[in-house]
Design a protein around this ligand. Structure first.
Ligand code: HEC
Length: 329
């Protein structure tokens, strides 16, 4: 027997239960999917904002021609961190003995790396950095996720890539080489002396060590990490509105189910039992009649009508049997 036919031959009550269970399962998975999807979209929006802020800082520093960090000549240069150029200021006109200032130029990526360090040490849960598989500074090396993102971007041309890893969401945005970048990252011999001096590239190779960028190619990524809510946490973070709608939908479903059971399925099995009793009874007078309404004859409800019709049939059978018993011989 085909499964469909087997299903149709089940008691209507059992069929109704099966359908109910299926609806409940579908509703539950829909709600869980929504909750998880909303939460992930929020995390993705968070990542994009962080990447936007990182890119904006980079653009700003780039427009200003660098970020200059000031240090007094007698202070340790270590506090400045990485820098490219160094400019010595004039001694203070008021007091020639006062130590003069030295200005350290940071290019956009150094400024961003400082910013990133600052963020790493802040309570903020989001982290970001800029990385490339062709790097000048090994401190900027990509990790496995960054490499994977770069691979996918170069292969498919997408400019965004993200992935959930444990309780973090990793997000990468493509970084393309434009004309400006080539000034430092193009051929090593074209790079400013200060860059060439600090970052040597690969001896004898035009490409490598952060040099050899081609115009328009994806050279690296802005790489962002934000916290990811696991499924359980996502559920506990839902608002009361979410739970209210869950309860409303489930409540309505159960209500509709109960109504169907009480209004159709239960009367139907009562009727079917009644018909069965008539068919198999030795004494038609003893068969108990169901009653669904005080006036079944005028009711629009088909079950009431059928009950009424069945009772009429019952009556006429009884009088026929009566007739035969009395006049039969
Ligand atoms: C003024 C020279 C200069 C320009 C212009 C420049 N960079 Fe860089 N870039 C550097 C230096 C120097 C570093 C290494 C910084 C460090 O030590 O952390 C660097 C680091 C990077 C890094 C991190 C990986 C690495 O090489 O260590 C990426 C990615 C990068 N630059 C991409 C770009 C892109 C894209 C542009 C154009 C939008 C650009 N750079 C423009 C000098 C430059």
């Amino acid at each position: 027997m085909s499964p469909m036919r087997r299903l149709k031959r089940l008691k209507i009550m059992d069929q109704a239960w099966l359908i109910m269970i299926m609806i409940m399962a579908a509703l539950t998975s829909t709600f869980l999917f929504w909750a998880a999807d909303n939460s992930r979209n929020a995390e993705l929006a968070h990542s994009r904002t962080v990447a936007d802020m990182a890119d904006s800082l980079r653009n700003m520093v780039s427009k200003e021609g660098g970020l200059y960090v000031r240090r007094r000549a007698n202070e340790d240069v270590g506090k400045v961190g990485r820098y490219l150029g160094e400019y010595v200021g004039l001694p203070s006109p008021g007091d020639p003995d006062l130590p003069y200032y030295v200005f350290h130029q940071k290019n956009p990526f150094m400024a961003l790396a400082d910013y990133s360090d600052e963020v790493q040490h802040s309570p903020t849960s989001a982290k970001f950095r800029i990385t490339s598989d062709n790097f000048m500074n090994p401190a900027n090396q990509p990790d496995l996720f960054d490499l994977e993102a770069l691979g996918v971007m170069r292969e498919t041309g997408v400019t965004e890539y993200w992935k959930v890893k444990g309780n973090t969401l990793r997000y990468a945005r493509a970084l393309r080489a434009d004309k400006n970048c080539l000034a430092c990252h193009g051929r090593p011999e074209d790079a400013p002396a200060i860059v060439r001096m600090k970052y040597r590239g690969l001896e004898g190779h035009p490409r490598g060590g952060g040099y050899g960028y081609q115009l328009g190619e994806i050279v690296g990524v802005t790489s962002v990490t934000v916290p990811h809510n696991t499924f359980g946490v996502t559920l506990t973070r839902q608002s009361w509105g979410f739970w209210l709608s869950v309860m409303t939908v489930f409540g309505l479903t159960v209500f509709v189910f109960m109504q169907l059971m009480r209004g159709i399925v239960a009367p139907l099995s009562r009727l079917s039992r009644y018909a069965d009793d008539i068919a198999h009874s030795d004494d038609l007078c003893k068969v108990r009649q169901p009653r669904f309404d005080a006036d079944e004859a005028s009711s629009q409800n088909e079950i009431h009508q059928q009950s009424f019709a069945l009772k009429a049939l019952h009556e006429s059978m009884r009088s026929a049997v009566d007739h035969i018993t009395r006049h039969g011989h």
